[in-house]
Design a protein. Structure first.
Length: 200
């Protein structure tokens, strides 16, 4: 059997297992049928089932318990990020582009938010910026800004890129950066947003 045909069979089995899980509403913690049962139900060879299950386990979607069987796991997006990063983040250009993309999204959400936030929102942001751990407050701050601006697509993009970026970059900002950010938000100074990300 050719490589391309093997790949089509493999992809087909993965799709069938996915359809089975959805059709039977298999939830995290539920047990999946054995390889033999899946082979009979889906009418494909056990070796193909085994290969597909191995892939799902690698992705963190299922787990095999010795002597018990195979169970669905709670989906953890950051596990996928860690896995994909091993394949995608293999050169310095990719790593730097990720950091640039993250900062571009953060800059954009500030452009969309500064000068349009209510007094209550501004005060909440100021309280966030008083937290000691810069990484945590940074994440909470920008998550809040994306959420409040009602831009779910930008939020999803930012979360995904941030997940990748933090696997290869130890990103920290000095306390003065957050003081400047607080001032920009409080005064509604849109023109000062760009200077926040001028690290050169």
């Amino acid at each position: 059997m050719s490589r391309s045909l093997n790949e089509k069979v493999y992809e087909g089995v993965l799709e069938q297992i996915k359809s089975y899980i959805e059709a039977n509403e298999v939830k995290p913690g539920d047990k999946l049928p054995s390889e033999r049962e899946l082979s009979e139900r889906l009418k494909v060879g056990r070796s193909s089932i085994r290969e597909a299950l191995r892939a799902l386990e690698l992705l963190g979607l299922i787990e095999t318990r010795r002597g018990e069987g195979t169970y669905m796991r709670t989906y953890r997006p950051y596990h996928m990020v860690e896995l994909l990063s091993k394949f995608l983040l293999n050169n310095s250009r990719t790593r730097e582009e990720l950091l640039t993309a993250k900062q571009m999204l953060e800059k954009e959400i500030l452009f969309l938010s500064v000068g349009r936030l209510s007094k209550q929102q501004t005060e909440f942001i100021s309280s966030l910026l008083q937290e000691e751990h810069s990484c945590e407050r940074h994440q909470r701050l920008f998550y809040y800004l994306f959420e409040q601006s009602d831009h779910p697509l930008l939020l999803s993009m930012w979360q995904f890129i941030t997940g990748f970026t933090h696997t290869v970059h130890d990103i920290t900002y000095h306390a003065s950066w957050y003081d400047e950010l607080d001032s920009v938000i409080r005064k509604g100074s849109v023109t000062r947003v760009t200077t926040l990300f001028n690290f050169e």
